[in-house]
Design a protein around this ligand. Structure first.
Ligand SMILES: [Zn+2]
Length: 191
């Protein structure tokens, strides 16, 4: 109900992670379950230069999560930013590419300048929740948010614990945004 992860018990409403901790964001959904096929596809998209995958991902997002996205009534989409250093070495921000394809199909504007990443964080895969939060502290910088911007939809590639999205949601809400939602390509394992 909260993070959109698939649950093995269909009577449950919240995953273990959402039950145990509050989230700064309101709600989110992911497009695919994180299986081998999706993991490889996202890895090629992210690290293998296959930026053309963004078009397909964007179309799938709108086809399959379009009703969720419109129910959020987003005034703006914000892709999770990567640092300048990473942007130079990778050549593109994969989340931003997906967001721009969603925007092309829905008309929802995208901003990649309101929140910027000022520090590179350590890879988070192996970190605990507390370590992730420490790692993210001070990682983002926020600029001016339009007073008319009430609802924001964050776009990212993979959702795991939600700590990145929470950090951005907390910043946005501290700057007058009322609701923060997210969509990602994939969420972690079924729990
Ligand atoms: Zn959850």
């Amino acid at each position: 109900m909260k993070c959109g992860k698939q649950l093995s018990d269909e009577m449950e409403e919240y995953c273990r992670d959402c039950k145990g901790h509050g989230h700064a964001y309101d709600r989110g959904r992911s497009l695919y379950v994180y299986d081998d096929l999706i993991r490889e596809s996202i890895a090629r998209f992210k690290y293998g230069g296959r930026q053309e995958y963004a078009r397909h991902y964007g179309i799938d997002m709108v086809n399959r999560l379009g009703s969720f996205i419109s129910a959020c009534r987003p005034d703006l989409m914000i892709p999770v930013p990567i640092s300048k250093k990473k942007l130079i070495s990778r050549g593109y921000n994969q989340a931003e590419l997906v967001a721009s394809h969603i925007s092309r199909l829905t008309g929802i504007p995208v901003s990649d300048t309101i929140i910027t990443r000022i520090t590179d964080t350590l890879p988070m895969k192996e970190l605990s929740r507390t370590e992730r939060m420490k790692n993210l502290k001070g990682a983002f910088k926020i600029g001016d948010v339009d007073v008319k911007c009430r609802n924001v939809l964050i776009v990212d590639d993979i959702y795991t614990t939600g700590s990145t999205i929470d950090a951005m949601a907390a910043l946005l809400k501290g700057h007058g945004v009322e609701r923060v939602y997210f969509v990602t390509l994939s969420s972690g394992i079924i729990i």
